[in-house]
Design a protein around this ligand. Structure first.
Ligand code: PRP
Length: 208
């Protein structure tokens, strides 16, 4: 084996679930379960090196080859269109991209719709496909606050359980696209390390 396979995992609950799948697919790295602040873990015997990165950064590591493979949400792939191969739907991290508004919101079609979101490209494409004029307001988090304070009319955001919307008196008015976690690969890694990457993808596919 020439070198370890570099794997970028999304830090957090989803990442832990995904690591468990990778371990069962034949790429274990028990040290990762030690509870510390370390970000890089390797198991030379299994030929794998894992690192935890911010979920929205996984695709950057993979696109630029710092990671051979990684796991990213379909939301990130749609928003940033990274030049990577999408190899497998892991059927985990299930949620949806949706438009939400304060309960009882009545849209005025004569006025430009003010849309607050982290996902400006997804929102832009969605409304362009309907020929709807919008004004985009880019936020980095806590998007749900925007319509409450009158910063926007609606939001485009991820909805998982719906609890965040409910607790802020918002409701989904439209689902844009269902979202799940995907296995992605760097394009040249996929060419030059096809055997291992295929073994990983097939091992994971057997679990989903
Ligand atoms: C995401 C999303 C919603 C929430 C939805 O936020 O932006 O706020 O999860 O989950 P729910 O439907 O189960 O309540 P995240 O935790 O990623 O943080 P953010 O607000 O910084 O985007």
């Amino acid at each position: 084996m020439d070198r370890m396979l570099n794997v970028a995992l999304p830090k957090g609950r989803l990442g832990e679930k995904v690591y468990d799948m990778f371990a069962r697919a034949g790429f274990p790295c028990p040290s990762i379960l030690e509870n510390n602040r370390k970000l890089i873990f390797e198991n030379p015997e299994a030929g794998v090196r894992y690192f935890w990165v911010k979920p929205s950064d996984v695709a950057i590591y993979v696109e630029r080859g710092a990671a051979d493979v990684g796991v990213a949400g379909k939301d990130i792939l749609l928003e940033y269109q990274p030049e990577v191969y999408e190899l497998l739907d892991l059927h985990t991290g299930v949620c949806r991209m949706a438009v939400a508004a304060p309960k009882g919101f009545a849209e005025d079609p004569m006025r430009t719709l003010r849309v607050a979101t982290k996902f400006t490209n997804i929102a832009m494409d969605h409304y362009a496909s309907k020929g709807r004029d919008i004004e985009l307001i880019h936020l980095n988090g806590s998007i749900e606050i925007a319509p409450i304070l009158g910063l926007s009319d609606v939001i485009v955001d991820i909805v998982e359980t719906g609890t965040t919307l409910k607790e802020n008196d918002l409701e989904v008015i439209e689902t844009i696209v269902p979202i799940t976690a995907r296995l992605i690969a760097n394009r040249s890694s996929f060419r030059f390390r096809q055997k291992e990457i295929r073994r990983l993808a097939e091992g994971l596919a057997a679990l989903v």
